[in-house]
Design a protein around this ligand. Structure first.
Ligand SMILES: Cc1ncc(COP(=O)(O)O)c(C=O)c1O
Length: 404
């Protein structure tokens, strides 16, 4: 399928289409070098290079030696740029003064666990989950309560949806858990929450005095429905949540280390002033420069990257329905990640299976929670021809074993 290249953004779909696995390995990312000779589909990075405006800003920073410790004006520029993006993309008129910087979203999660949850307490993580949501709490002596997402509707007709198990969530709240991890859009299942779901979660949280770590890093990637920032649904939700986001997924700059925390609870701002100064200080100046440029100038590039991902998703979805019949799959509504369940085919460890038999590197579903046995997480944001090859390799391995 040909993709029209929109002029002006600098997103070069044609060049990406011609990028080979060897080219990507030569660039040297973890995704393309950890398993030599394999297609890397396990780490959540896009293989689409850097927006030219970001490249220029980074070059300019290097030329002018702007690489000292992060100064206050750059923190403010990030906050203003982030607020601008929230306003123009999701209609959230957020005051930049409540936005703080951290090196990455996980640092914000660590602060949430350390300062708001506290050792000896617990946090609910709906599963399958982004892997560190499950592993990091242990570092802070916080117990994880895994609550499996449920499926409603008919997968055969393509109508199946992921839904929260609100009964199980309420039981855990009632038993004394006062913290919840919301990931919206949800990595790895691609769920995008509806307003009704957000309101229901917020009301339940209010009933049991629950704080919510709200990760909206994948917000720009929504294919179905729309992204509704959780703190915007009510004053109550704003007080419940500590929100983290970053330009890192949408512009592929996670290595530049600059995420943002939106502190919509005034008490969190007081806590932050005392407890988070060191985290802010570790944020990279080059990341602040890249992030500010991404939010202020990168939208056209992002729109083209989004269109490229949509084309990949169309291919992936078609093949899952028509070629990979029997594999558990619900079309993602957001993110560039998909979740596949191979247990109906009797494969216990599909990550190992595809690594060995197809030379495709996927994330082992078990690292996303107990419910992930027999499942894998797939990143589809690679060059389109490589996605074609990736799916062919996976299909051929299953076919050779008589499983498809
Ligand atoms: C849901 C989610 N949160 C956070 C991260 C990591 O973000 P950061 O590098 O800013 O910690 C990822 C990366 O894949 C992610 O998918």
């Amino acid at each position: 399928m040909e993709m029209k290249h929109r002029t002006g953004s600098g997103f070069d779909a044609d060049a990406i289409d011609h990028t080979t696995a060897a080219d990507l390995a030569a660039v040297g990312s973890d995704k393309w070098t950890r398993y030599p000779g394999c297609i890397g589909a396990f780490i959540a990075e896009m293989d689409y290079g850097l927006a030219p405006c970001i490249q220029k800003a980074i070059d300019n920073a290097c030329d002018h030696c702007k690489l000292g410790y992060i100064p206050e004006p750059w923190k403010q520029r990030v906050a203003e740029a982030c607020a601008g993006w929230q306003r123009s993309h999701y209609g959230w008129d957020v005051d930049p003064s409540i936005i703080r910087v951290v090196p990455d979203v996980l640092e914000a999660y660590e602060i949430f666990l350390r300062e708001l949850v506290g050792a000896g307490n617990s946090v609910i993580v709906p599963t399958p989950a982004y892997m560190p949501f499950l592993s990091v709490p242990k570092l802070y002596d916080v117990d994880v309560i895994e609550i499996e997402m449920l499926q409603s509707g008919d997968a055969e007709t393509g109508e199946a949806q992921w839904v929260f198990d609100f009964d199980a969530i309420e039981r855990a709240f009632a038993a004394g858990c006062h913290a919840f991890v919301l990931c919206n859009p949800h990595n790895p299942i691609g769920k995008v929450l509806t307003l009704e779901e957000e309101l229901r979660l917020s009301d339940l949280a209010a009933q049991y005095d629950v704080r919510i770590f709200n990760d909206e890093i994948h917000a720009p990637f929504v294919f179905e429905g729309k992204h509704i920032p959780f703190p915007t649904i009510s004053e109550q939700a704003a007080l419940q949540s500590m929100t983290a986001t970053s330009a890192s997924k949408s512009f592929n700059i996670p290595g530049t280390k600059c995420a943002q925390v939106l502190l919509t609870n005034p008490a969190d701002r007081d806590m932050w002033a005392v407890k988070a100064e060191w985290s802010e200080h570790q944020t990279a100046t080059i990341g602040a420069i890249a992030t500010t440029t991404a939010y202020n100038e990168g939208d056209l590039w992002f729109q083209d990257a989004f269109a490229y991902v949509c084309r990949n998703l169309a291919l992936f979805d078609e093949q899952m329905r028509e070629r990979f019949t029997g594999v558990g799959y619900i079309k993602p509504q957001g993110t560039y990640i998909a979740w596949l369940d191979f247990s109906p085919l009797g494969i216990d460890d599909p990550a190992a299976y595809f690594l060995e038999k197809a030379q495709v590197a996927l994330t082992d579903g078990r690292s996303c929670g107990e419910t992930g046995a027999g499942c894998v997480r797939v990143n589809i944001a690679m060059p389109y021809p490589l996605l074609v090859e990736c799916l062919d390799r996976m299909f051929n391995a299953l076919h050779a074993d008589g499983l498809l």
